[in-house]
Structures are given as structure tokens and as C-alpha cells.
Design a protein around this ligand. Structure first.
Ligand code: GLN
Length: 451
């Protein structure tokens, strides 16, 4: 049924870069066989899923939204891919994304943009716009995204779906193509809080193949999602996340959510996190710095595209030609920014300062969580903007992640879930819930209560 739905609507939505029809049917049959053999399978056995094209899949093309990986077929599965298969989840295909997850609209994909199912002339968010659009257009009930600065939560917000960035280290990064290793985190996308929790538990947990993976029990997110409640909870409203640049319809739905939390028995207080104002600036030094190093592996020798390897050119020349042809403008912009920020003479002024801001942001969170159980804010300042509207204005594009980035810098957990439609445009608004590191279950307890 889901393959038929993809055939019927994805020509318009363009959520998928690759549909693995045969592979999906084979996986579905394998689940039937396991069940027939008496194997006790988990709750997601046989459930279809759309996988962001940043995760390696053995024998199935993986492009990361880039021309430089066109035609690359990974020889191994990411840990997330492997765990999904073990859980009997049926992987329908690979979803569209901003190139190397750099973007907030899926427009930097080398394979063309994805439409927002609510209005195909609008962006579905990014970088995981394909995953969010696949769910919102009923092409899959579940999807996987990655969140470096908001790429799970911001697409969830603008497509009216649920997205969770787990605590950093909660979900293995092995086989998840690296953008900014100290920020990247894979996580679940779904249409309900409970669906997201079931998927979260299927993919989370310690992995010796990822050195930053947390060796501790997975937070009990499914149990929390089944027992939504906020009675007696202290909820902090982040004071810095409102004002200029925030759409009226977004704030109206957010204020209603605050009222709802009060009615349900939460104590809501205002909390100030003064360093959050500098989060965007720090992020746009740290993420490009790490990406300039991570993307050095695309040297035309090891993966995918190779340009100009005839005519006696040197390896260096082939690398230069390939990177010039294979990377898009946004990726090049980030590599240049990062290389500059890390260069001697500038390192302390830029990268060093950004790391200090990162520490201040972590302290803001620590102080806040000394007083409240969770923090809340709108997920994004505005609803989905028009395709093309911000492509020539990187600063405007970067502002889409204003409310989501602090969590990545500090490494704690956050969820976006739908909280209604904005009056002025009828488009979905996201409510963001933020929890301390390794307290992911709080997101689900609160999310399930207000859903
Ligand atoms: N939009 C942000 C960026 O462009 C975040 C992307 C992400 O979370 N992968 O870097």
C-alpha cells in the first residue's frame, strides 16, 4: 500500500531520492517468514519506513543529497540501518535532503527540492525535508532523520509531524555520513508521539563502533509516551525565543500550548537563557569547521564521482576538479568558512570563541534545569516559507534554526510536535520541548500529554 502511495504522489512531492521496491518487498516477506517460524518480533516488525539518504545502506545507493556521491553503493549498513532491519522494519527507500545536511529547506539537494505536502510551493524544512514530507504525505508512517542544528525538529514543525533529537550519543553515528561530528544526532520522525517513541527505542542504545555513543540504558521513552502527564511538572518558557522575527500565528499557537500545560497541571514559569542569543553565531563557526575536516574524505579516490582522471593529471588536480564539480554552493561556502575559521592566526578569535560560547550555552541549560523539568519554545520562528524565497540569502535561511541550535551545542534532547495551524496561512506550527541530557523520556511524557 505504501509503495502504491509513493507511486501515486511522489512525482509531485519528491520526498524520495531512491525507492527500493524490490528490497522492501523482500524485507516484508522476510518478516512474514520470521513470524511463521515462531520468532517473537517487536512492535515495528513489518512497519514501513523512509530513511534519510545520509545513512549507509548495504547494496542500496546513498548520496547524502550530493553529486559527489552519485552512483556510490555502500558496502555496509549504518548501525541505525542494521537495527531497523533487525527490528523487522521495512525500508521503503532513501529520502531527499539538503546536500550533506547543510540547509533548512531541502533546496541545497543536488537532486532538486521537495515540496511541503501542505502546500507544494512551500519548503518542507531541512535538511531532512524528504523524511518529514514522506510522513506528512502518508507515503510512510515512520522516518529517520538527523539533527545537527535542527534538521529533524524544524522539518517536523513545518510539516505538522513529530520529530525528536535524542541526547547526543543516544543513537549511533556509525554509518551516518558525518557533517559536524560533535553535533550530529540521528533520531525518529513520526506522526504521533508514541510512534516516535517506538522508533526511538528501536534505534537507540550503546554501539562500540561509535566512540561517542553513550554506554547506559536507553531512557524509557515508550513507557513515557504511553503515560503522558504534566501534573506537578515545572515547565520553563525560554524568554529569549519570542519577539522580532516571530510570526504572530506561531506565537498565538505557542501561547495556547502554555495555557494547555497550565490546565493540565503543570507549573509554568519564565526562564532566561542569555547566551542563547549567540548560539547561531557559534554554530556557524563550529559546524563549518567540523565539516571542512569531515568532507576532506571526498577526494575523488575513495567514493563516487571522479572528474578529469584522463590526460595524465596528478591526483591533486583530479581531486580539485572533482570537488569543484561535485560539491554545491552551500557545501563550498561551509568548507571555506570552516577552513578560514580553523586557520592559524584566526583559530583563537573564531573557533576558540565559539567553543567558549558553547560552554556558556551549556551553563544556561544547567542553570535552567536546576529550576525546571523541561523547557519549551516555538520550534521555528515562522511557518513554512516559499520555495526559492531564501535561497539567495543565507542569513535568512540560517534563522530558521534559531530555536533549535542551542540544544545541539549542549548535547541534550528535544522534540517538536504539532500544536495547531497559524491563522494567517493555515500552515502547521511546532511546539518544541527540551529536556536535560539522558532525560529523553520527559519529552515523550510531556509530548503525549499535550498531543
Ligand atoms: N539548518 C542547519 C544547517 O544548515 C542545520 C542542519 C542540520 O541540522 N543538519 O546547518
Amino acid at each position: 500500500a505504501h509503495l502504491a502511495r509513493i507511486e501515486a504522489v511522489d512525482e509531485k512531492v519528491h520526498a524520495f531520492l531512491h525507492v527500493d521496491r524490490e528490497g522492501a518487498l523482500e524485507q516484508a516477506r522476510a518478516v512474514d517468514a520470521r513470524r511463521a517460524a515462531g520468532e517473537k518480533l517487536g512492535p515495528l516488525a513489518g512497519v514501513p519506513l523512509a530513511l534519510k539518504d545520509i545513512f549507509t545502506t548495504e547494496g542500496v545507493p546513498t548520496t547524502c543529497g550530493s553529486k559527489i556521491l552519485e552512483g556510490w553503493i555502500p558496502p555496509y549498513d549504518a548501525t541505525v540501518t542494521r537495527r531497523l532491519k533487525e527490528a523487522g522494519v521495512v525500508i521503503l527507500g532513501k529520502t531527499n535532503m539538503d546536500e550533506f545536511a547543510m540547509g533548512s529547506s531541502t533546496e541545497t539537494s543536488a537532486y532538486g527540492p521537495t515540496g511541503n505536502p501542505w502546500d507544494l510551493t512551500r519548503i518542507p524544512g531541512g535538511s531532512g525535508g524528504g523524511s518529514a514530507a514522506a510522513i506528512a504525505s502518508y507515503q510512510a508512517p515512520l522516518a529517520i532523520g538527523t539533527d545537527t542544528g535542527g534538521s529533524i525538529r524544524q522539518p517536523a514543525a513545518v510539516t505538522g509531524t513529530v520529530g525528536v533529537k535524542p541526547t547526543y550519543g543516544g543513537v549511533s553515528r556509525y554509518g551516518m555520513i558525518a557533517f559536524s561530528s560533535s553535533l550530529d544526532q540521528g533520531g525518529p520522525c513520526a506522526r504521533t508521539v508514541l510512534d516516535a517513541a517506538l522508533l526511538h527505542e528501536a534505534i537507540a542504545g550503546h554501539d562500540p563502533l561509535d566512540s561517542t555513543s553513550i554506554d547506559a540504558p536507553v531512557p524509557a521513552v515508550v513507557e513515557a509516551a504511553r503515560n503522558g502527564s504534566v501534573a506537578g511538572l515545572r515547565v520553563g518558557v525560554v524568554k529569549e525565543f519570542r519577539g522580532e522575527g516571530y510570526q504572530a500565528g506561531v506565537m498565538a499557537r505557542f501561547d495556547e500550548s502554555v495555557e494547555l500545560l497550565r490546565e493540565l497541571g503543570a507549573e509554568v514559569v519564565e526562564v532566561s537563557c542569555p547566551s542563547f542569543d549567540k548560539a547561531l553565531a557559534a554554530y556557524y563557526l563550529i559546524a563549518p569547521s567540523e565539516c571542512s575536516s569531515n568532507l576532506a574524505r571526498f577526494d575523488a579516490m575513495r567514493y563516487g564521482l571522479r572528474v578529469g582522471d584522463t590526460g595524465g593529471r596528478s591526483a591533486e588536480e583530479v581531486t580539485t576538479l572533482t570537488r569543484g564539480a561535485g560539491f554545491g554552493d552551500e557545501v563550498k561556502r561551509r568548507i571555506m568558512l570552516g577552513t578560514y575559521a580553523l586557520s592559524s592566526g584566526y583559530y583563537d578569535a573564531y573557533y576558540g570563541s565559539a567553543q567558549k560560547v558553547r560552554t556558556l550555552i551549556s551553563r544556561d541549560f544547567e542553570r535552567a534545569f536546576g529550576d525546571v523539568d523541561v523547557l519549551i519554545s516555538p520550534t521555528t520562528p515562522t511557518t513554512a516559507f516559499a520555495i526559492g524565497e531564501r535561497v539567495d540569502d543565507p542569513m535568512a535561511m540560517y534563522l530558521a534554526d534559531l530555536c533549535t541550535i542551542p540544544t545541539n551545542l549542549a548535547g541534550n534532547a528535544a522534540m517538536s510536535l504539532p500544536c495547531g495551524l497559524a491563522d494567517e496561512d493555515g500552515l502547521p506550527v511546532g511546539l518544541q520541548i527540551i529536556a536535560p541530557a539522558m532525560a529523553d523520556e520527559r519529552l515523550y511524557r510531556v509530548g503525549a500529554a499535550v498531543e
